[in-house]
Design a protein around this ligand. Structure first.
Ligand code: DX5
Ligand code: ZN
Length: 221
């Protein structure tokens, strides 16, 4: 297993002062910035695109930016996020017409590539592309909104994904997204996750550092 990463989801940040918010969570000990892209087509909500990613880079953010595409189709936005300074780009396999090609497009752009699985999406989408993914992201809520409740069945799915990664012998990050908090992060880590997205659990608190420290303490316990 690789070192654990805390990935605040800026979906729950104050968009009116996004640069400061990102600076604050990074100063508070966050490892990577989780960037949720919604298109009001694949999911019933609309957020931010490549221009905002580029603006964060120009603002001086050097930490990895983890772009979670909840859009369909995916290839045009993959190209734009490669140019906008993304580090990881993940997409939902059922939202791409050609999954292998989209993964390759991400890698060709010099970014790390990943697939995202909704609660009801089977892991079998990984069967023929394990050598082309650097990250597997399991959704523990249905995508589209922050602040939802963690779906417990995801723990078993995490164990299955962890086994696939261990069997592959490759370094693949296992990320979890949705309803992650200090009081459930430990069982999530034990089920095999190594990268933890948390939106409302971090941004809805006053002290980002205290929250992130509490999460790390739970993981280490
Ligand atoms: C949901 C997004 C998540 C969201 C998580 O579609 O992918 O990243 O921000 O929010 P919380 O942590 O509040 O469940
Ligand atoms: Zn996300």
């Amino acid at each position: 297993k690789q070192p654990e990463l805390i990935a605040p989801s800026i979906l729950s940040a104050n968009f009116a002062r996004l640069g400061e918010e990102v600076d604050s969570v990074l100063a508070a000990g966050a490892d990577i910035v989780h960037f949720d892209v919604m298109d009001n087509h694949y999911v019933p909500n609309l957020t931010i695109g490549p221009m905002v990613c580029e603006a964060l880079r120009k603002h001086g953010v050097t930490a990895p930016i983890d772009v979670h595409l909840m859009v369909s189709p995916v290839d045009d936005l993959i190209r734009m996020f490669v140019d906008a300074g993304a580090s990881y780009i993940t997409f939902h396999p059922e939202a791409s017409n050609h999954v292998d090609r989209s993964l390759q497009l991400i890698r060709d752009g010099g970014c790390k590539a990943g697939l995202v699985f909704n609660p009801a999406t089977p892991l079998s989408h990984l069967d023929y592309v394990m050598d082309k993914v650097d990250m597997i992201l399991l959704m523990s809520v249905n995508p589209g909104f922050g602040g939802q409740k963690f779906i417990p069945g995801t723990l078993d799915k995490l164990r299955q994904a962890r086994k696939r990664i261990d069997d592959s012998g490759r370094e693949i990050r296992l990320e979890i997204d949705g309803g992650v908090k200090a009081d459930n992060i430990r069982e999530i880590a034990e089920a095999g996750a190594d990268t933890f997205v948390a939106g409302s659990a971090i941004f809805n608190t006053d002290d980002y550092k205290a929250t992130i420290d509490a999460m790390r303490a739970e993981i280490a316990r």
